[in-house]
Design a binder for this molecule. Structure first.
Ligand code: FAD
Length: 575
């Protein structure tokens, strides 16, 4: 072993990125390996709720206490990723008084600030709430951008010396003399930043310790060493609306059930969700009736949703775990707590620990616990600092207002850019050249696009998760070609075309679940612009094509019950 232990972390979701940051800040040598982009897995397919813990205050109080603790920490260290919207647990006439009171007591027990407001007070806060909402409990829920937060964790880990490898798949664990000693990795496009079309190849990464942070995929990594890691993947659907019908997180105050939460997220609202156990985290049905249920049930809380425009839907898979002796039948009963599985203690295989379960909201706490565990293995006495040291971009967020006037960018573009960039705004936006808006829906300028390209190479999906460009109402119709043209001059034509097609394909696949009403018109316009005018469906120049068959996916809302569509388990979606 070298003087500083080398730790290989598998998985570039919130958990893996949080672990990489923590360990590297404690001075360990870290390599993180992720098969897709950062947030490719569940982290890029979640609701964006910064839990107050209110949701678990009755059924899962340990998770609730962890959530409120981390909610407070993330507001400080990740200020540029969090919007403190506040949350309401609203009660309709058919929801019971007993449960309402139980929720209130649960919040008190778990230390979650909670206040009862009348139906009228709730409607004063959220005018589109249904008239028959009779009471509500106000809690400190918030909205969080998972993409920005994970990228900031990875950036911080890099600043502390970590090597972050995306588009690199762990194909095997190296086991020698009964001990895990590293990973075999297949790079999709060469090590380091992604450049489309470059040769990848395999690499053996030897490590003093391996952390398996692959969430719903943890069982597959376990299989590579003959270990049983019994995660129970559970899928949930989310539907994205084109505007914020509410500015506060709206939860239904009832014991459990599908379609009970609306989260305002950036320029949109996200409706969710369901909880259904699936066999395979990459292969499960995505069905139209699930989307219909979101709209029908949640419009009982916010009636205008019934007629509002959706821009896409997506599914994610929870990495749930419960100890083998519990055996819950219903996945909603499985704890949202996390577990460390030390394979030396559990399976007599030293060299690796898996971390399973948990929430996005508790990612930092999970990182702290496993980093303590790893340091303990090597007798290293180094304090965790991730609860105090802000993430890059959140160092001095109080400067936000000053920046807004500064960069020759009119509000709301300036405001949106600065909200995303936080304290990095000056460094990114200060440019002597022209700085046109590339994505008008999300207010993303050329300077921000180039900053993202600097960080992620030619991968426009990686640019997307860093900037939100192409994630608004038009779903990339008016900007994916502009984003691609920003690669020109830095990358050659074939790289640019490939990156363009890949982003277009990624944007297209979520729209299959929103092809009715106004979004259908938008999708047809996008099709006309890209497939017809710009020839992206059958380009004779390289024979490549984008699959525009989404139009065949189903007739649209109201007549979709048979239109099950298998997921491609592809790139992270988010919104
Ligand atoms: C529908 C839904 C809504 C949710 N909403 C919320 C919410 O609002 N708030 C909240 O706090 N939590 C929420 N959660 C839970 C939260 O999203 C997850 O607990 C969290 O994101 C899990 O992060 P992770 O890093 O452990 O897993 P992941 O994000 O899945 O990361 C694991 C990574 O490992 C990678 N990987 C897998 N195999 C390999 C391999 N062989 N080689 C290399 N890499 C590999 C995957 O690509 C993946 O990126 C939600 C979950 C779901 C499903």
């Amino acid at each position: 072993m070298a003087s500083v232990p080398h730790i290989a972390v598998i998985g570039g979701g919130s958990t893996g990125a949080g672990i990489a940051r923590d360990l590297s800040m404690r001075g360990l040598d870290v390599t993180l390996v992720e098969q897709g982009n950062l947030t490719h897995g569940t982290t890029g397919r979640m609701h964006g709720l910064l839990h107050s813990g209110g949701r678990y205050a009755v059924s899962d109080q340990k998770s609730a206490e962890e959530c409120i603790e981390e909610n407070r920490v993330l507001r400080d260290i990740a200020a540029h990723c969090v919007e403190m919207t506040g949350g309401l647990f609203v009660k309709r006439p058919e929801d019971t008084e007993e449960y309402f009171e139980e929720k209130l007591r649960g919040c008190e027990t778990c230390g979650i600030p909670a206040e009862v407001v009348s139906g009228e007070e709730a409607r004063a806060m959220e005018p589109h709430l249904a008239k028959d909402v009779d009471r509500a409990i106000s809690v400190p829920d918030g909205a969080v951008d998972p993409f920005r937060l994970v990228v900031a964790n990875a950036a911080s880990a890099s600043e502390h010396g970590a090597r972050i490898e995306t588009h690199s798949t762990v194909t095997d664990l190296l086991v020698e003399d009964g001990e895990v000693v590293g990973l075999e990795v297949e790079h999709a496009s060469g090590a380091g930043k992604r450049v489309h079309g470059t040769e990848g190849g395999t690499e053996e990464i030897r490590a003093d310790y391996v952390v398996n942070a692959t969430g719903a995929w943890a069982g597959r990594i376990g299989d590579m060493a003959g270990l049983d890691v019994e995660v129970r993947p559970s899928k949930g659907v989310m539907t994205i609306m084109n505007t914020r019908q509410v500015d506060t997180v709206i939860n239904r105050c009832r014991p459990k059930g599908d379609a009970d939460i609306i989260v305002p997220h950036e320029t949109t609202c996200i409706l969710g969700t369901t909880d259904e156990e699936v066999e395979d985290p990459e292969d499960y049905p995505e069905e139209g009736w699930e989307v219909d249920m979101m709209l029908d049930t949640l419009s009982e809380l916010v009636p205008m949703l019934a007629e509002a425009r959706t821009i896409r839907s997506f599914w994610g898979v929870r990495p749930l775990y419960e100890p083998p002796d519990v055996g819950s039948e219903d996945p909603t009963d499985i704890t949202r707590d996390y577990f460390l599985l030390d394979h030396e203690e559990r399976d007599s295989l030293p060299g690796m620990t898996s971390i399973v379960g948990g929430k996005f909201t508790t990612y930092r706490m999970m990182g702290e616990e496993i980093s303590d565990h790893v340091c303990g293995k090597f007798g290293i006495d180094a304090d965790c600092r991730t609860a105090e040291v802000p993430l890059p971009g959140s160092e001095d967020f109080s400067v936000l207002r000053d920046y807004m006037d500064e960069f020759g960018l009119r509000s709301p573009i300036g405001r949106r850019s600065v909200e995303r960039l936080g304290s990095r705004a000056e460094e990114v936006l200060q440019t002597n050249g022209p700085n046109p808006t590339v994505c008008a829906c999300e207010g993303v300028t050329r300077a921000e696009i180039h900053d993202a390209i600097d960080g992620s190479g030619s991968d426009l999906n990686a640019v997307r998760i860093r900037t939100r460009a192409s994630m608004g109402n038009c779903q990339g119709g008016f900007c994916v070609h502009r984003m691609a043209s920003e690669l020109h001059g830095r990358y050659d034509e074939s790289v640019t075309r490939q990156a363009w097609d890949e982003l277009l394909q990624e944007r297209w696949k979520g729209q299959i679940h929103a092809l009715w009403g106004e979004q259908l018109s938008q999708a047809m316009l996008n099709y006309a612009l890209h497939a017809t005018t710009q020839n992206r469906d059958h380009d004779p120049a390289d024979g490549g094509s984008v699959d525009f068959t989404a139009f065949d996916g189903g007739p649209g809302r109201g007549d979709r019950s048979e239109a099950g569509v298998a997921t491609d388990g592809g790139t992270a979606d988010g919104d």
